[in-house]
Structures are given as C-alpha cells and as structure tokens.
Ligand binder design. Sequence first.
Ligand SMILES: Cc1ncc(C[n+]2csc(CCOP(=O)(O)OP(=O)(O)O)c2C)c(N)n1
Length: 625
Amino acid sequence: MHSQKVFNTFTNSARQTALQMVTSANSGHPGGSFSSIDFLSVLYLEKIAKNHAPIIVSNGHISPAIYAILAELGVFSKKLVIEEFRKKESIFEGHVSIDVPGVFYSTGPLGVGVSAAAGLAKALEIQSDKRPVYAIMGDGEAQEGQVYEMAHFAAKYNLNNLILLVDYNQVQLTDSLKNTMPIDLKKNFQAFAWNVYECDGHNPKSILETLNKAEETTKKPSVILCNTIMGKGAEFMESEGRSHKATWHGKAPSQELMVQALKELQNSKEDLQELKRFLKKLNFKALKLKIPKKLSKIPKIKVPKSKIYSADTLTDCRSAYGEALKEMALENPNIVALTADLAGSVKTNKLQAVLPSHHIECGISEQNMVSVSGGMSRGGLIPFCSTFGVFMSSRAKDQARVNDINHTNVKMVATHCGLSVGEDGPTHQALDDVNAFLGHPNTHILEPADPNQCDKIIRYIASHYGNFYVRMGRHKFPVITDKYGDPAFGKSYKFQYGLSDRLQKGSKVTLVAVGACVYESQQAIYKLNNFRDVDFFALSSLNHIDSKILKSIKKTSKLILVADQFVDTGVFSVMSNALIHNKVSPKKISYMGVKRYHRSANQKYLYKEARIDSDAIKKQIKKFI
Ligand SMILES: Cc1ncc(C[n+]2csc(CCOP(=O)(O)OP(=O)(O)O)c2C)c(N)n1
C-alpha cells in the first residue's frame, strides 16, 4: 500500500484542483467532492490502477472529485480541467461525463448510475470477466426508489462483483439527511441481504481493509458505508459539514476562501517529488470508451434467416418479436432479454424457455430494468428490455434519457401500446409514448406493420448499434399482403431504417399508416370502388418522413395519416414538422389518431370509437377523392 504521506499529498493536491475548478466555474458541488476524495483516492490508487475495474459514479455531481483525481493520475492536465470545468464546449461537464477518459457512464439524475453499475456487474458475470464493478453513491441519493429496485436486483442475482461505496456524510442538498428524510442505510441494506460494511471514509487503512474484505465476499453484493464529513479538508466547509449543515453542498466559494483553503492543503516540494515518483511507477491508464457510430453494423453478429409468416397467418407482432429475439439469442450469446414481470405478455418467455441464463427477470422495477440495460450494453451485451408501452415511456423515461445521453445500445421493445391494449383501460393506453422518446436524439423509434416486418425489425436492431424504442400493440391481425396476395414484408423484403414502404401506387390521395393501422387502411382501400386512387404507405421509422412520402403529398396535395397514438403527439408532430421543413403544404390534411383516453373495451370497438378503423378510414378517403 502507498504510504500515508503519499496519500496525504495526493488527496491534498486533488482537493486543491477540485476547489480551483469549482471557484473558477463559480458553480459545482465542493462539499460532496471533498467528503469523497479520500475513499475515492484509495479506490483509484489501490484498486482501479491495478485491476482496471470499471467504476460508475452515480452521484454525478461530485465530478470535481473524479476529474481532480483523474488529473492527479495524469489522465489530463490539472490546468486544463481547472480552466475548462463547466465552461462552454468543454468535455468537463458539470456532472460526470463519458467524454472524459476514465468515465464509463454519464450520470446526474440520482439513482440511475447504481442500476447501470448493477447491469455492468451482471454483464461481466455473464461473460466470465472476473473484475469487480465499483459504484459510488451519495447517502441522500439512497432516498430514490430506484436504489431499492437496484438493491433487490443485485441481491437476487448474487452480484458479489458489485461493490457500492456510499459517501455517508449525512448531508444532502438543502439540509442534513436526518432533517430532510431520515433513512437507516445500514438496516436497509441488511434487509436487502447485502454484505454491509462501514469504514472511516477519511482513513486510507480503514478504507482499504474494508475494500479488501468486500472483494473477498462470496455470493452477495457489498455496500461500504464510508463515514465522512462534508467538505472535509477545507476548514471553512468542514466546520459546517461537522454539524451536518448543507452550506457547501452545491456552492462555489469566494476567491478569498479558496486561497485560504489552498494554503491549508499546501504540499511541500519534497512531498510533491515523492508523489511524482510514486505516480510514475503506478503508470495509471484510464480506459477511453469507444462508442460505435449510431446504426453501424455490430461486428460478429449473426443474423439467421427471417421467419416468414404466410398470408393466412393470424398472429400479433409481440409473438413475432419473441420468436425473432429467441432466434437471434440462440445464435449470439451476447444478446439478453430483460423484463419486469411480464415475460408471458411481452413474449420474452420464448427466449427464457431455451436460454434461461439469458433471460433476466427484473421484477416490477422498470426504472432499474432500463438502467441495468444501459449498464449491460456498456459491458458489451445487447440487451432487449420489454414491458408495456405505458410503463417504459413514463416510468422509465428518465432512465431511457440517461441511456440516450450515454449513447448506449439498448433495445426497448414495448408491447400493448395504443388502444390495442383493449380491456385494460385508460391507465394502460400508451398513446403519448412516441412523444416520450422523440425528444431523445440518440433513440430510434420504430413500429412494425405486421409480424413479418416485426421479425425483420428485431433482427435489424439486434445487429445495429444504438438505442431503439420499438412499439407494438397487443391484438392479432392478418399479415399485410401485396397485390398478388403474398406477404408484403416477405422473403424479398429488406428492412431499411428511415425508409417507408409503399404498399400501393395511387394518384389522388396519400395515405400513410402506422402499425396496426396499416392493416385497417389496407382493408379500407379494398372496400373502395377505385382503390387505385390511393398512394399508400406503411411508415415504420417514426422519426422520419422520407422523400417518397413527401413527393407523394406534393403530387396528390391530400394527406391522410392514421396511427394508434394521440393525435397531437408522436408521428403526427413528426409529419407536421416534415411538411413545414420541406415546404410541402397539401390542400387537405386528415390526421386520424386518438383524441382522448377511452374506457375499457375490446380493441375492435375502441378502434371504431376512435375512428382509426377501416370504416372510418374508408369514409375519409372517399371524402378526399
Ligand atoms: C433525481 C434527482 N433529483 C434531484 C437532484 C438534485 N440534487 C443534486 S445533488 C442532490 C442531493 C444529493 O444528496 P447526497 O446524495 O447526500 O449527496 P451529497 O450532498 O453528499 O453530495 C440533489 C437533490 C438530482 N440530481 N437528481
């Protein structure tokens, strides 16, 4: 182990850097940074430098501590990080960011990073990688419900490679832990059946001994409650921290206070020389993430031949999803499925039946499931996580957003979307789910028109890098056919992201349909006397209105768009934006979408009531012709 002197010099120096960063930016979180620098330094110097284990810092606001330690280790210069922290165009963002070498997962919204760490730990275990995963969390952060979801998950899967260090300074943003929301972390984690350790979070010997103990642990995940003082190391902050005051949780000090503290933290020339020699020998290497380009082909992935559903098949897209996922997973050991107590409904049970080790039941904890998926993807797996559209898009939106920021490779596949959910009623109608993800620039939204297209979409997203949200309904409907009566998305069909599929050429009206409404639209067209009037498209890439559709609208000047979504949101907004940006102004537009929540009923009734069924579409086409 390093000497106490080297440790003191290292941590003094890191604290100096962190303080200068915050003062120069005139913002940031010095209190928690200072309380955690000691145990973080032991972790980096004694563990990460040697075992090259990944670390996820869930309390991302302690970025000054992380960046200062990485600078101390020589990953980048102290001058750079002091000058650029929180400043425009800099990688040194206010909360830990993956653009900084050594950072595995960007965080900020509390509670998310610990789940990502659990996912990463599970991914390493699946791939027989023996390294531990370290997670860092604040004590106030432990009030987040997601932390409890994660704790159950890690215990269920015996993640003995997960070591969580808590900065137990007993202070949070506005006040002490006791006054804000008293929780007993020790009892809680004991109840979760974790190994619970405590240490003096400022004593390197105590920290290292506890870390060693935690690493020797078999079977269970470990939490180390590092007893610390907020602001430790700078008297103006430490004195407040000792009495559990939140004064310096998130406030930059004045220049005068900084100068005074820098004096307290001053190292002698000799000590600095010794530290230099020590660090040279340590030769710390930070891992820089290599994030593949969005939609690039994932190397070495095998894509078995598509399953073709014949024209007389009656099934639902979710069954086709389950089949395709199973086939892809059988060929590719890095594909895993996750669900939140809905395996039978979302059809991941098909994979579960043949590859139980690759089916990860998360329990009813969608937020944890989505963040675990983010961590797993960082660990090299290709996670498919599934639940109903309402839960994915509302419960786990923040988690999906953090994955989006992290450029992960998570495949969210949601079933029971729209009025297709049927009798479950309004609380289960995912009608604004597309909107939830339209604001995620690194998440691609898809909706298959039938089981054949669903099969091809699933194989595509499994083999192409990036985050996806694939939505589909619950009900069964026939396969979409071409003019010869063969499956329109059959043998010769190749799914291309971003492109729509013209199902029929016509000249008088442009009909664009999405998901199950493609079948309703096709039925509507068949009921017309002159069905050749309709230029008919199935739209599956919901972020894009391609040039084929826009050209058609220009020609016909009449547009009907049908989707099982709220009419003021989702694909309807995407279409409106596309028309504006491309200066296409049709004389007539009919947006046929859902206008309100509907009471429980079967899908057929609901589609009729919402006027997105074949009869309503037929009437609308006739009005336009
Ligand atoms: C989900 C979420 N809610 C609120 C915040 C704002 N916030 C940032 S830090 C913080 C307090 C965290 O307390 P603790 O975990 O004890 O960290 P410490 O004060 O010790 O740095 C809060 C509420 C956030 N980042 N994320």
